[in-house]
Ligand binder design. Structure first.
Ligand code: HEC
Ligand code: HEC
Length: 262
């Protein structure tokens, strides 16, 4: 092809590119450096989740090449917002090897996100982006023990119909279909034990509400938008909270080091 034709094509590609398609080169280079220092051992040099530590970890470190993210505020299937990724990186994902990177500055996090985005073409297509959903405040009755019990009773029945095949009737993650569940990364998808006081999505009623609205991309955990009304979702959540296990601290339980006496 003639050089001027190539230039023309490139120009056309840039002009037609919607805003999300552009990568910020300086951020990308900074992000690459941060990724190599902080993320590569798990997420791998190619961003495919095959870092040195990966084989021993469950769940496996995420591959960024499919551009599918679980914890978001956006509708099912859509890319996460910058803030969604920032939240994951700053706070980590409880119960997984994905720790919190509280030491990274906001600027660092923005840069490393830019690098993460470079691994998947999904970030270059405007149609994969979506505005975050808006979420209601938890209903006031959640604070009232008696009303909460009435709602939880309705929630239990709804849980049995909608959730227990996967999460089990006791919400402990042992549903009958569990052995058949896989995610798009060809890993067994294990339904969460919803009785745990800390979940990856967060610990509050509204965190579960959000998962029911967004679903977890790439996993069998689908969105319940249009399946359960907001009232039904809160009823289910009220029941889940009656099943919560006590919060036993797991960190800091190591026996105290022996004091070396001279
Ligand atoms: C010690 C291993 C480890 C390191 C280091 C690590 N991660 Fe992760 N990361 C994981 C694992 C494991 C998951 C998958 C958790 C899951 O699927 O529940 C994950 C998932 C993610 C996700 C996907 C979240 C979602 O909503 O699906 C993002 C984004 C992410 N990591 C970013 C990073 C960045 C950026 C760094 C470096 C600053 C980093 N990780 C360092 C183990 C790690
Ligand atoms: C088809 C199976 C299936 C059904 C039905 C299902 N889930 Fe899930 N759910 C899963 C799987 C699998 C995961 C974990 C996905 C992963 O991280 O790979 C999950 C994760 C979750 C999480 C995220 C918890 C965390 O670890 O942060 C919540 C909350 C949740 N489910 C609630 C529900 C509720 C409530 C219902 C019913 C309204 C329901 N699920 C129905 C399979 C299912």
């Amino acid at each position: 092809m003639h050089l001027s034709a190539i230039i023309l094509l490139l120009t056309a590609a840039c002009l037609s590119a919607a805003e999300p398609v552009m990568l910020d080169f300086n951020r990308y280079m900074e992000g690459k450096y941060l990724f190599e220092r902080n993320c590569i051992v798990c997420h791998g040099p190619r961003g495919d989740g095959k870092g040195e530590m990966a084989p021993t970890l469950s769940p496996r470190p995420r591959s960024f090449r499919e551009g599918m993210f679980k914890f978001r505020t956006t509708p099912s299937g859509a890319l996460p917002t910058e803030d969604d990724l920032r939240h994951t990186i700053k706070h980590g994902l409880t119960g997984t090897a994905m720790g919190m990177f509280a030491q990274l500055s906001d600027e660092d996090v923005t840069n490393v996100i830019e690098y993460v985005k470079s691994f998947s073409r999904r970030w270059r297509k405007a149609e994969n982006y979506a505005e975050p959903l808006t979420f209601p405040e938890p209903p006031a009755w959640l604070e009232d023990a008696k009303q909460k019990a009435t709602h939880a009773e309705k929630g239990r029945a709804l849980f049995v119909t909608n959730c227990s095949a996967c999460h089990g009737p006791a919400a402990d993650g042992n549903g009958v279909v569990v052995p058949t569940l896989k995610d798009i990364w060809e890993q067994p998808a294990r339904p969460s034990d919803l009785r745990q006081p800390h979940l990856r999505c967060g610990d509050r009623p509204q965190d579960i509400y959000r998962v029911l609205a967004t679903g977890l991309n790439g996993t069998p955990m689908a969105s319940f938008e249009g399946v359960l009304t907001p009232e039904q979702r809160w009823d289910i959540i009220a029941w889940i909270f009656t099943q919560k296990l006590p919060d036993v601290p797991t960190l800091g339980n190591a026996p105290p080091r022996e004091v070396v006496k001279k």
